[in-house]
Design a protein around this ligand. Structure first.
Ligand code: NAD
Length: 303
């Protein structure tokens, strides 16, 4: 029996759970008592074709060890079908791991509209569609845990990945906004940016490095964030090779121009505008707006 954080009577839907990171998550959830909906389209790394093989193999592995799982082969773009299957089969949905995804890397010179659209659909649309389809159910049961999957490429950018980076940064935008809607319904939504060994990374790293980055090392953070004990909401974590850490926004003190100002004034203060010496850590847009109001008030009515 693995671990104190249990998921008995909980139902988890994991997209792209037929291989890679998603498969590692599915096996661990099942060990910890969850009923698992193993969704996988069984497509190629670039999103072509389909096969029942990957989802079936994860389900078979779970069943072999006495776990409970059910396969679903729809593309996660069709979240309504996946959530309907989960509800028909297990009667509830408590946890969603939006994990499915593909790559169509190409520099700006070579990227096609199809490369762009496919990646947006397979990452951003799938995340929206599965979540939207379960939302009212989670709201009504006043419980939900949703984990969305971003990437360092989205957070920091990466050569040849404008499509993937946009989708992956978009996914964290989705998390941050939906977290504000979920708060009052006890639905917590967080994002992870993992690096782990899978077919997605097999051509990037050497065999030795891949061994150190095994998908198993991403699983513990997923388990923590998916558990009812998790109180984080709208947060972003990086995890890889045993390192787990949280990210947040940092903002410089900036420069406030109380009177009419020009591009030349900005240029004159460029060093100050770029400085993080007296920084803060903004959490929402309202705080930003309040800050601007305060600066304007102080300029108009100096103490
Ligand atoms: P993977 O290619 O090994 O597995 C992805 C699985 O998703 C495949 O089994 C595929 O059939 C399935 N899939 C793809 N599109 C689907 C769709 N529309 N509907 C249902 N299933 C679909 O990839 P992975 O490395 O395990 O990646 C999992 C997630 O983690 C992805 O979102 C990826 O972008 C993200 N990620 C991975 C890494 C990494 O280092 N592996 C790094 C950053 C982000």
């Amino acid at each position: 029996m693995a671990g104190r954080l249990r998921f008995d009577n909980r139902v988890v839907v994991i997209t792209g759970a037929g291989s890679g990171l998603g498969k590692a998550y599915a096996l661990e959830f099942a060990k910890r008592g969850a009923k698992v909906v193993v969704n996988d389209l069984g497509c190629s790394l670039s999103g072509e074709g389909s096969s029942h093989g990957p989802a079936d193999s994860t389900v078979a592995e779970i069943k072999q060890t006495g776990g409970i799982a059910f396969p679903n082969y729809d593309s996660a773009e069709f979240g309504d079908k996946i959530i309907k299957a989960a509800l028909d089969h297990f009667g509830r949905v408590d946890i969603i791991i939006n994990n499915a995804g593909v790559l169509r890397d190409n520099s700006m010179v070579k990227i096609t509209e199809k490369d762009w659209d496919t990646v947006q659909r397979f990452h951003l649309k799938t995340t929206f569609s599965v979540t939207k389809s379960a939302w009212n159910h989670m709201k009504n049961q006043r419980y939900g845990r949703i984990i969305n999957t971003s990437s360092g490429a989205g957070l920091y950018g990466n050569f040849g990945q404008v499509n993937y980076s946009s989708a992956k940064m978009g996914i964290h935008g989705f998390t941050q906004s939906l977290a504000k809607e979920g708060e009052k319904h006890n639905i917590k939504i967080n994002t992870i940016a993992p690096i782990g060994a899978s077919r997605m990374t097999s051509s990037i790293f050497t065999k030795d490095i891949l061994e150190m980055l095994s998908a198993d090392k991403i699983v513990p953070l997923i388990i923590c964030l998916a558990h009812e004990n998790c109180s984080d909401n709208g947060a972003l974590f990086e995890t890889s090779g045993g390192w787990v850490t949280k990210l947040r926004w940092q903002r410089g003190k900036g420069t406030f121009f109380s009177k009419n100002f020009t591009a030349e004034d900005i240029e004159k203060h460029w060093v100050e505008i770029n400085s993080f010496e007296h920084c803060d850590y903004p959490r929402n847009g309202n705080e930003t707006f309040q800050k601007v109001l305060t600066l304007m008030e102080e300029a108009n009515f100096p103490k």
